[in-house]
Design a protein around this ligand. Structure first.
Ligand code: ZN
Length: 331
Protein backbone atom coordinates (compact mmCIF):
# COMPACT_ATOMS: atom_id res chain seq x y z
CA UNK A 1 0.00 0.00 0.00
CA UNK A 2 1.59 3.27 -1.07
CA UNK A 3 1.30 5.08 2.29
CA UNK A 4 3.59 2.31 3.51
CA UNK A 5 6.14 3.22 0.82
CA UNK A 6 6.76 6.53 2.54
CA UNK A 7 9.87 6.50 4.71
CA UNK A 8 9.20 7.46 8.34
CA UNK A 9 6.45 9.96 9.35
CA UNK A 10 4.37 7.38 11.23
CA UNK A 11 2.67 10.06 13.31
CA UNK A 12 1.90 12.37 10.37
CA UNK A 13 0.55 9.44 8.32
CA UNK A 14 -1.59 8.28 11.23
CA UNK A 15 -3.27 11.69 11.45
CA UNK A 16 -3.98 11.63 7.72
CA UNK A 17 -5.16 8.02 7.61
CA UNK A 18 -7.52 8.56 10.53
CA UNK A 19 -8.99 11.65 8.90
CA UNK A 20 -9.46 9.67 5.69
CA UNK A 21 -11.13 6.74 7.42
CA UNK A 22 -13.47 8.88 9.47
CA UNK A 23 -14.29 11.15 6.52
CA UNK A 24 -13.02 14.14 8.47
CA UNK A 25 -10.35 15.52 6.19
CA UNK A 26 -9.91 19.29 6.38
CA UNK A 27 -10.61 21.31 3.21
CA UNK A 28 -7.11 22.72 3.07
CA UNK A 29 -3.87 21.41 4.50
CA UNK A 30 -0.42 22.82 4.97
CA UNK A 31 2.24 20.11 4.97
CA UNK A 32 5.18 21.92 6.56
CA UNK A 33 8.65 20.63 7.37
CA UNK A 34 12.23 20.41 6.12
CA UNK A 35 12.89 20.00 2.44
CA UNK A 36 13.07 16.61 0.80
CA UNK A 37 11.66 14.40 3.54
CA UNK A 38 8.46 13.18 1.83
CA UNK A 39 5.85 15.97 2.24
CA UNK A 40 5.02 16.16 -1.47
CA UNK A 41 5.02 12.39 -1.78
CA UNK A 42 2.56 12.16 1.12
CA UNK A 43 0.32 14.79 -0.50
CA UNK A 44 0.42 12.86 -3.74
CA UNK A 45 -0.40 9.54 -2.06
CA UNK A 46 -3.31 11.19 -0.26
CA UNK A 47 -4.60 12.45 -3.61
CA UNK A 48 -4.24 8.93 -5.03
CA UNK A 49 -6.01 7.40 -2.03
CA UNK A 50 -8.96 9.77 -2.48
CA UNK A 51 -9.31 8.75 -6.10
CA UNK A 52 -8.44 5.04 -5.91
CA UNK A 53 -11.07 2.57 -7.15
CA UNK A 54 -10.31 0.21 -4.25
CA UNK A 55 -12.01 2.58 -1.79
CA UNK A 56 -9.63 1.27 0.89
CA UNK A 57 -8.47 4.70 2.12
CA UNK A 58 -5.10 4.05 0.56
CA UNK A 59 -3.89 3.88 -3.04
CA UNK A 60 -3.89 0.32 -4.40
CA UNK A 61 -1.28 1.35 -6.97
CA UNK A 62 -2.88 -0.85 -9.63
CA UNK A 63 -6.28 0.55 -10.66
CA UNK A 64 -6.68 2.89 -13.65
CA UNK A 65 -6.94 5.90 -11.35
CA UNK A 66 -3.74 5.05 -9.45
CA UNK A 67 -1.85 4.39 -12.67
CA UNK A 68 -3.03 7.62 -14.28
CA UNK A 69 -2.00 9.51 -11.16
CA UNK A 70 1.45 7.92 -11.29
CA UNK A 71 1.90 8.97 -14.92
CA UNK A 72 0.79 12.52 -14.13
CA UNK A 73 -2.32 12.39 -16.34
CA UNK A 74 -5.08 12.19 -13.72
CA UNK A 75 -7.54 15.00 -14.35
CA UNK A 76 -8.52 15.15 -10.66
CA UNK A 77 -4.97 15.69 -9.42
CA UNK A 78 -3.38 19.04 -10.18
CA UNK A 79 0.12 19.99 -9.11
CA UNK A 80 1.27 23.58 -9.02
CA UNK A 81 5.02 24.18 -8.82
CA UNK A 82 7.24 27.27 -8.92
CA UNK A 83 8.11 28.37 -12.45
CA UNK A 84 10.38 30.76 -14.27
CA UNK A 85 9.57 32.58 -17.52
CA UNK A 86 11.56 31.28 -20.46
CA UNK A 87 10.63 33.64 -23.29
CA UNK A 88 6.83 33.48 -23.08
CA UNK A 89 6.64 30.04 -21.59
CA UNK A 90 6.42 29.07 -17.91
CA UNK A 91 8.98 26.41 -17.08
CA UNK A 92 8.99 24.51 -13.76
CA UNK A 93 11.91 25.61 -11.58
CA UNK A 94 12.14 25.06 -7.81
CA UNK A 95 13.87 28.43 -7.41
CA UNK A 96 11.15 30.28 -9.37
CA UNK A 97 7.83 31.66 -8.18
CA UNK A 98 4.15 30.68 -8.35
CA UNK A 99 2.35 33.24 -10.47
CA UNK A 100 -1.21 34.51 -10.46
CA UNK A 101 -1.83 32.98 -13.92
CA UNK A 102 -1.13 29.54 -12.42
CA UNK A 103 -3.58 30.11 -9.58
CA UNK A 104 -6.25 31.38 -11.99
CA UNK A 105 -5.88 28.14 -13.99
CA UNK A 106 -6.36 26.12 -10.81
CA UNK A 107 -9.44 28.11 -9.79
CA UNK A 108 -11.10 27.57 -13.15
CA UNK A 109 -10.34 23.83 -13.00
CA UNK A 110 -11.92 23.62 -9.55
CA UNK A 111 -15.15 25.09 -10.88
CA UNK A 112 -16.00 21.77 -12.48
CA UNK A 113 -17.01 18.93 -10.21
CA UNK A 114 -14.90 15.80 -10.22
CA UNK A 115 -16.54 12.99 -12.20
CA UNK A 116 -15.59 10.48 -9.55
CA UNK A 117 -13.25 10.64 -6.58
CA UNK A 118 -12.04 14.02 -5.47
CA UNK A 119 -10.22 16.94 -6.99
CA UNK A 120 -6.94 17.58 -5.25
CA UNK A 121 -4.69 20.57 -5.82
CA UNK A 122 -1.12 20.23 -4.52
CA UNK A 123 0.88 23.44 -4.33
CA UNK A 124 4.51 22.41 -3.88
CA UNK A 125 6.79 25.22 -2.68
CA UNK A 126 3.82 27.25 -1.43
CA UNK A 127 6.15 29.86 0.11
CA UNK A 128 6.86 30.89 -3.47
CA UNK A 129 3.31 32.08 -4.09
CA UNK A 130 3.66 35.67 -5.28
CA UNK A 131 1.56 38.02 -3.10
CA UNK A 132 -1.02 38.54 -5.86
CA UNK A 133 -1.30 34.80 -6.44
CA UNK A 134 -1.62 34.17 -2.71
CA UNK A 135 -4.39 36.74 -2.39
CA UNK A 136 -6.28 35.28 -5.34
CA UNK A 137 -6.15 31.94 -3.56
CA UNK A 138 -7.39 33.00 -0.11
CA UNK A 139 -11.11 32.58 -0.59
CA UNK A 140 -10.72 29.17 -2.21
CA UNK A 141 -8.44 27.99 0.60
CA UNK A 142 -11.05 28.92 3.14
CA UNK A 143 -13.84 27.24 1.28
CA UNK A 144 -12.74 25.02 -1.57
CA UNK A 145 -15.54 23.95 -3.96
CA UNK A 146 -17.40 20.85 -2.75
CA UNK A 147 -15.47 17.65 -3.36
CA UNK A 148 -12.08 19.28 -3.58
CA UNK A 149 -9.04 19.35 -1.35
CA UNK A 150 -6.10 21.74 -1.38
CA UNK A 151 -2.70 20.75 0.00
CA UNK A 152 0.02 23.37 0.36
CA UNK A 153 3.51 21.94 0.75
CA UNK A 154 6.26 24.11 2.17
CA UNK A 155 9.76 23.78 3.58
CA UNK A 156 9.70 27.45 4.63
CA UNK A 157 6.27 27.99 6.16
CA UNK A 158 7.55 31.12 7.96
CA UNK A 159 7.65 32.80 4.53
CA UNK A 160 3.93 32.20 3.92
CA UNK A 161 1.42 34.99 4.49
CA UNK A 162 -0.29 34.58 7.88
CA UNK A 163 -3.64 34.82 6.09
CA UNK A 164 -2.72 31.69 4.11
CA UNK A 165 -1.49 29.76 7.15
CA UNK A 166 -4.60 30.52 9.19
CA UNK A 167 -6.82 29.01 6.51
CA UNK A 168 -5.14 25.61 6.46
CA UNK A 169 -4.86 22.74 8.87
CA UNK A 170 -1.16 22.36 9.48
CA UNK A 171 0.61 19.03 9.65
CA UNK A 172 4.20 19.38 10.82
CA UNK A 173 6.54 16.90 9.18
CA UNK A 174 9.60 16.13 11.27
CA UNK A 175 13.06 15.30 9.93
CA UNK A 176 13.54 11.59 9.35
CA UNK A 177 15.11 9.55 12.16
CA UNK A 178 18.85 9.43 11.52
CA UNK A 179 19.25 5.65 11.50
CA UNK A 180 16.44 4.98 9.06
CA UNK A 181 17.66 7.82 6.86
CA UNK A 182 21.28 6.65 6.76
CA UNK A 183 20.10 3.12 5.98
CA UNK A 184 18.01 4.41 3.07
CA UNK A 185 20.88 6.50 1.67
CA UNK A 186 23.31 3.57 1.84
CA UNK A 187 20.74 1.33 0.17
CA UNK A 188 20.02 3.78 -2.65
CA UNK A 189 23.57 4.97 -3.40
CA UNK A 190 25.94 2.32 -2.13
CA UNK A 191 28.12 4.88 -0.28
CA UNK A 192 29.62 4.07 3.13
CA UNK A 193 27.61 4.70 6.30
CA UNK A 194 30.01 7.48 7.20
CA UNK A 195 29.51 9.29 3.88
CA UNK A 196 25.75 8.75 4.17
CA UNK A 197 25.82 10.25 7.68
CA UNK A 198 27.69 13.34 6.48
CA UNK A 199 25.26 13.84 3.58
CA UNK A 200 22.32 13.42 5.97
CA UNK A 201 23.59 16.00 8.44
CA UNK A 202 24.70 18.48 5.79
CA UNK A 203 21.21 18.48 4.27
CA UNK A 204 19.19 18.80 7.46
CA UNK A 205 18.27 15.09 7.40
CA UNK A 206 16.49 15.32 4.07
CA UNK A 207 16.46 12.12 2.02
CA UNK A 208 16.04 13.70 -1.41
CA UNK A 209 18.62 16.43 -0.74
CA UNK A 210 21.08 13.88 0.66
CA UNK A 211 20.72 11.77 -2.49
CA UNK A 212 21.28 14.89 -4.58
CA UNK A 213 24.24 15.88 -2.42
CA UNK A 214 25.93 12.55 -3.10
CA UNK A 215 24.85 12.37 -6.76
CA UNK A 216 26.28 15.80 -7.55
CA UNK A 217 29.52 15.34 -5.67
CA UNK A 218 28.82 18.10 -3.15
CA UNK A 219 31.30 16.75 -0.64
CA UNK A 220 34.07 17.53 -3.13
CA UNK A 221 32.54 20.89 -4.19
CA UNK A 222 32.21 21.89 -0.55
CA UNK A 223 35.83 21.08 0.27
CA UNK A 224 36.95 23.08 -2.78
CA UNK A 225 34.83 26.08 -1.74
CA UNK A 226 36.14 26.06 1.84
CA UNK A 227 39.72 25.87 0.60
CA UNK A 228 39.19 28.90 -1.63
CA UNK A 229 37.53 30.93 1.08
CA UNK A 230 40.21 30.04 3.61
CA UNK A 231 42.92 31.27 1.26
CA UNK A 232 41.45 34.77 0.84
CA UNK A 233 43.91 37.17 2.45
CA UNK A 234 42.67 40.66 1.56
CA UNK A 235 39.62 42.61 0.35
CA UNK A 236 40.79 42.48 -3.26
CA UNK A 237 40.81 38.67 -3.22
CA UNK A 238 37.47 38.62 -1.40
CA UNK A 239 35.89 40.74 -4.15
CA UNK A 240 37.44 38.54 -6.84
CA UNK A 241 36.00 35.40 -5.26
CA UNK A 242 32.62 37.15 -4.83
CA UNK A 243 32.52 37.89 -8.55
CA UNK A 244 33.40 34.33 -9.44
CA UNK A 245 30.81 32.83 -7.07
CA UNK A 246 28.08 35.24 -8.22
CA UNK A 247 28.33 33.76 -11.72
CA UNK A 248 27.85 30.18 -10.57
CA UNK A 249 24.61 28.43 -11.55
CA UNK A 250 24.66 26.61 -8.24
CA UNK A 251 25.18 29.74 -6.13
CA UNK A 252 22.23 29.03 -3.81
CA UNK A 253 23.57 25.53 -3.15
CA UNK A 254 27.06 26.91 -2.59
CA UNK A 255 25.61 29.22 0.08
CA UNK A 256 23.91 26.23 1.74
CA UNK A 257 27.25 24.44 1.84
CA UNK A 258 28.87 27.53 3.31
CA UNK A 259 26.18 27.70 5.98
CA UNK A 260 26.88 24.08 6.89
CA UNK A 261 30.53 24.93 7.35
CA UNK A 262 29.89 27.96 9.54
CA UNK A 263 27.40 25.96 11.55
CA UNK A 264 30.14 23.39 12.17
CA UNK A 265 32.64 26.07 13.14
CA UNK A 266 30.20 27.63 15.61
CA UNK A 267 29.46 24.20 17.09
CA UNK A 268 33.17 23.54 17.40
CA UNK A 269 33.79 26.95 19.00
CA UNK A 270 31.14 25.97 21.53
CA UNK A 271 33.22 22.88 22.39
CA UNK A 272 30.75 20.39 20.97
CA UNK A 273 33.00 18.64 18.43
CA UNK A 274 30.96 15.46 18.71
CA UNK A 275 28.09 17.30 17.00
CA UNK A 276 30.07 18.32 13.91
CA UNK A 277 28.21 17.54 10.70
CA UNK A 278 31.28 17.37 8.57
CA UNK A 279 34.68 16.77 10.06
CA UNK A 280 36.33 16.91 6.63
CA UNK A 281 35.47 20.59 6.06
CA UNK A 282 36.82 21.46 9.41
CA UNK A 283 40.29 20.57 8.24
CA UNK A 284 40.35 23.80 6.20
CA UNK A 285 39.38 26.06 9.00
CA UNK A 286 42.77 27.45 9.90
CA UNK A 287 44.13 30.96 9.54
CA UNK A 288 41.98 34.05 9.32
CA UNK A 289 38.79 32.19 10.13
CA UNK A 290 39.45 31.51 13.76
CA UNK A 291 36.82 33.45 15.59
CA UNK A 292 34.61 33.63 18.55
CA UNK A 293 31.39 31.70 18.67
CA UNK A 294 29.17 34.81 18.50
CA UNK A 295 30.98 36.03 15.41
CA UNK A 296 30.56 32.64 13.70
CA UNK A 297 26.87 32.56 14.54
CA UNK A 298 26.47 36.11 13.13
CA UNK A 299 28.29 35.01 9.97
CA UNK A 300 25.98 32.02 9.67
CA UNK A 301 22.96 34.32 9.68
CA UNK A 302 24.62 36.72 7.22
CA UNK A 303 25.00 33.84 4.78
CA UNK A 304 21.37 32.84 5.24
CA UNK A 305 20.22 36.43 4.75
CA UNK A 306 22.27 36.69 1.56
CA UNK A 307 20.76 33.44 0.29
CA UNK A 308 17.26 34.75 0.96
CA UNK A 309 18.01 38.06 -0.74
CA UNK A 310 19.29 36.39 -3.89
CA UNK A 311 16.54 33.76 -4.09
CA UNK A 312 13.14 34.53 -5.58
CA UNK A 313 10.98 36.43 -5.04
CA UNK A 314 13.56 39.05 -3.99
CA UNK A 315 16.18 38.54 -6.71
CA UNK A 316 18.75 40.94 -5.24
CA UNK A 317 21.79 41.71 -7.40
CA UNK A 318 23.97 38.61 -6.96
CA UNK A 319 27.29 40.35 -7.40
CA UNK A 320 26.58 43.14 -4.90
CA UNK A 321 25.12 40.74 -2.37
CA UNK A 322 28.10 38.37 -2.64
CA UNK A 323 30.61 41.21 -2.41
CA UNK A 324 29.03 42.47 0.79
CA UNK A 325 28.92 38.93 2.20
CA UNK A 326 32.51 38.00 1.39
CA UNK A 327 33.87 41.30 2.70
CA UNK A 328 32.06 40.58 5.91
CA UNK A 329 33.13 36.95 6.20
CA UNK A 330 36.78 37.73 5.54
CA UNK A 331 36.99 40.96 7.56
ZN1 ZN B 1 -6.02 2.36 -6.93
Amino acid sequence: MPFKDILGHEKELRIISEALRSGRLAHSYLFAGPEGIGKRKTAFELARALNCASASNDACGECTSCLRAASGTHTNIVEVVPTVKDKDELVPDPSGVIRIEQIRDVLSLLRYRAEGGRKVVIVDGAERLMPQAANAFLKTLEEPPAGSLIILVSARPADLLPTIISRCQRIAFRPLPEDALIGAIVEKTGVSREEAATAARMTGRSLSLALKYIGEGHGEKGRELMKRLSSVSDAFEALKLAEELSKRDDLLEALEILKGWYRDRAVSAAGAENLLANGAYYGYSGGSFEGRRERLVDDFFSIEETRRMIAPPRYANKLLAMEALLLRLTA
